[in-house]
Design a protein around this ligand. Structure first.
Ligand code: AMP
Ligand code: GLY
Length: 423
């Protein structure tokens, strides 16, 4: 069995790690990969958005399955292009990836299917957007319609902030075509929970829930980032809440996508806000989340490869169940000084061998590169250190022991990952 993974972050390292635990003999290719992936896979220097080159690679290497990490190639239609060439691939087609690729599409689907979400308006002119902003409340949330590398959501505390964001999107076109339309929506305040679903049309498997930490600094301070850490499962997830999320959110979403002729196949990530115990959808993503994947996959005991293959295959039959182990997992992200802005690269990373000796501690590489026998930093988020244990306290202790053992100049991390889960 040969599998190609597309991407180069901690999420892709976690996917490669989880798939390589499959009982089947597996040859893994990753494009473009990182230093950690080089240890468990063959890496090929093709960027995640070079779709034709990736298809040629999958064809030449006779890959039995391709798994796509990041959203950009999915929204561009990598799945459609592979399928046209008869290449098996896991992920939503372009029309279904619009759940992440167009916030306007996602919000209109939610409205149509009566899925609980923040109330909203859609604008393509500054005039109408300004009027909506002036008549609404603050904070207000302003979102560019298209993909903006995690920078397309602005929480505007005042009219001035809001106008600045609207001008940047609609007039200065700072987000390119992604900002030609904007959504202005109500600010929701509550607990954020990430849910991951393996979907084949209306059939789906719910993976363990998790909670991300988006802000750079302790106590949810500082700028938004791609995610500084996560833990799974979310400890206040109850059977009753799950039943409501399935009935009010998951089932209408999958049904609605099928009705639209955009049946969803792949991983659907739903970002929820719980307000007084009631779930609302903040956003949909068409791929595994990062860093949440680095905490969720270590909790799976079943055959992830089999489940991904089942989702990717056209023929029916029920999706195989995936078992999860009891306990918790925590991932703490180690970033470079300056992240999420400009960072210095090429700094030596020490201590990776020592962490390999620690029990139930896994290091996933994100922005790393091999230089001779050394591993050096090569990006904003450098590593994710995951600890797994019988409960959150043990998992946290393991993750932070791993964090302490690793060093590089300018290492930045949060000291309070998972703390909310303890209270
Ligand atoms: P992104 O992943 O870039 O789409 O950003 C989504 C993030 O923005 C969420 O994880 C929330 O933290 C925040 N967010 C989005 N919509 C709202 C909302 N209506 N109210 C409050 N926060 C929001
Ligand atoms: N952890 C947030 C994301 O993957 O979008």
């Amino acid at each position: 069995m040969k599998v190609l993974i597309v991407g180069s972050g901690g999420r892709e390292h976690a996917l490669a790690w989880a798939l390589s635990r499959s009982p089947r003999a597996l040859k893994l290719l990753v494009a473009p990969g990182n230093a950690g992936l080089e240890e468990i896979a063959t890496t090929v220097p093709i960027a995640a958005t070079e779709i034709d080159a990736l298809a040629e690679l999958a064809e030449k290497e006779k890959c039995d399955l391709t798994v796509v990490g990041p959203e950009a190639p999915l929204v561009m239609g990598i799945v459609d292009r592979f399928q046209e060439r008869g290449l098996p691939i896991f992920g939503p087609r372009k029309a279904a990836a619009a759940l992440e690729g167009s916030k306007v599409f996602a919000k209109e689907l939610m409205r149509k299917c009566k899925i609980p979400t923040a109330s909203f308006t859609v604008h393509s002119s500054l005039r109408s957007a300004e009027a909506a902003l002036a008549s609404g409340r603050f904070p207000a949330v302003i979102k560019a319609d298209g993909l903006a590398a995690g920078k397309g959501v602005v929480i505007a505390r005042s009219q001035g902030d809001g106008l600045e964001a609207l001008r940047a999107m609609l007039v200065e076109k700072r987000y390119g075509t992604a900002g030609e339309q904007v959504v202005i929506e109500e600010f929701l305040e509550g607990e954020e929970v990430s849910i991951f679903l393996l979907c084949r049309g209306r059939d789906y498997i719910l993976l363990p829930t998790s909670q991300d930490h988006k802000r750079l600094a302790d106590g949810d301070q500082g700028p938004n980032t791609g995610g500084m850490g996560a833990y799974a499962p979310y400890p206040r997830w109850t059977a009753d809440l799950e039943a409501r999320v399935r009935k009010l959110i998951i089932e209408p979403t999958l049904q609605g996508m099928e009705t639209e002729g955009r049946a969803y196949h792949g991983l659907l990530y739903i970002g929820l806000m719980l307000i007084g115990g009631e779930p609302f959808v903040l956003e949909y993503n068409c791929r595994f989340g990062d860093p949440e994947t680095q905490a969720i996959l270590p909790l799976l005991e079943g055959d992830l490869l089999g489940a991904l293959e089942a989702v990717a295959s056209a023929d029916g039959g029920p999706l195989p169940p995936i078992m999860t182990r009891p306990g918790s997992a925590v991932v703490v992200v180690l970033a470079s000084r300056g992240y999420p802005g400009r960072v210095e690269k090429g700094l030596a990373i020490r201590g990776l061998d020592a962490v390999a000796e620690l029990p139930e501690t896994i290091v996933f590489h994100a922005g790393t590169r091999a230089r001779g026998s050394e591993t050096i930093t090569d990006g904003g988020r450098v590593l994710g250190v995951t600890g797994v244990g019988e409960n959150l306290i043990v998992a946290l202790d393991r993750a932070y022991r791993g964090v302490a053992a690793i060093d590089f100049d300018g290492k930045v991390y949060r000291r309070d990952i998972g703390r909310r889960g303890l209270s």
